[in-house]
Design a protein around this ligand. Structure first.
Ligand SMILES: N[C@@H](CCC(=O)N[C@@H](CS)C(=O)NCC(=O)O)C(=O)O
Length: 267
């Protein structure tokens, strides 16, 4: 008798990531979830001719006629899913944690059962809080102004994030690994006994931090080795993630959320 298809084996509709071209950014959390799940997707700005104008029309101007009746979107990333909207039209959703929760459920990257689903979401959202704090190290005053116009405040903000916030977040993620060790996590997973989007989201922020603050991270690696060495390297070599990171689909860090200004790093 045929077995029911597992979450991962289900046939998926076309998932379209709507994001800025050429940078990892917040879109990377969505890419890593899908790559870790082994589910195909279209990265519209990268894969389609005039793809970025589609992203701009849907996610940045919010013109009603371009969104199949979906509500306006404030900013990228967005996710468009063919056939999943009202009356068989496409569905468009936004806000990174919202997209992760949607795709997590569709792909099985949100753990096993009701409890894990919410624990995965809470850990991923904690990593996204850290993501925002790291962004603010180079833009502490005004998002629309250049770093050079807020350098003095950036020095103060970066010092506080490095000295006080990183150890607090790293301590929390380490406690998650310890808590989950006996639940099948084996120091490799934050929740449960397989890869979830909590792991990929935390990993992406750690990876960005290695780029932004290499000196600080070298020191912290000794203090938080279970997280910054063992867990970090284990996620990096997960099936799907490893191949993706080695491919030309993975964008390099440049002038996005994670920036390398040596003066903001540990001196
Ligand atoms: N909370 C939102 C933040 C979205 C966001 O800040 N997007 C950036 C790119 S990563 C953007 O284009 N922002 C334009 C703006 O805020 O005006 C999320 O997590 O999706």
């Amino acid at each position: 008798m045929a077995q029911p298809a597992s979450k991962k084996q289900r046939t998926h509709p076309t998932y379209e990531l709507l994001y800025h071209p050429g940078i990892p950014g917040r879109g990377e959390h969505v890419r890593l979830l899908l790559e870790g799940a082994g589910v195909p997707y279209v990265d519209t700005a990268r894969d389609q001719k005039d793809g970025y104008s589609t992203v701009q029309q849907i996610c940045m101007n919010g013109a009603a006629e371009s969104t199949d009746g979906n509500p306006p979107t404030f900013a990228p990333p967005g996710l468009r899913v063919s056939g999943a909207g009202k009356d068989g039209k496409s569905l468009v959703i936004s806000q990174t944690p919202n997209i992760l929760a949607y795709l997590g459920e569709k792909t099985g990257m949100d753990g096993e059962g009701e409890q894990e689903k919410y624990w995965v979401a809470q850990v991923a959202q904690t990593a996204l809080d850290l993501n925002n704090e790291v962004h603010d190290t180079h833009h502490p005053v005004a998002v629309m102004k250049y770093y050079e116009e807020q350098k003095e405040e950036s020095l103060k903000k970066a010092a506080d994030v490095r000295e006080n916030r990183l150890p607090k977040f790293f301590g929390f993620f380490t406690r998650m690994l310890e808590w989950n060790e006996g639940n099948g996590g084996k120091g490799k997973y934050l929740i449960g006994s397989k890869l979830t989007y909590a792991d990929t989201t935390v990993w992406q922020v750690l990876d960005g931090l290695y780029f932004a603050f290499p000196k600080e991270m070298e020191v912290r690696k000794k203090e938080f080795s279970a997280l910054l060495d063992d867990f970090y390297n284990s996620v990096k070599s997960e099936k799907g993630i490893k191949e993706y990171l080695a491919s030309d689909k993975r964008f390099e860090y440049s002038m996005g959320i994670f920036r390398n200004y040596p003066e903001l790093d540990r001196q």
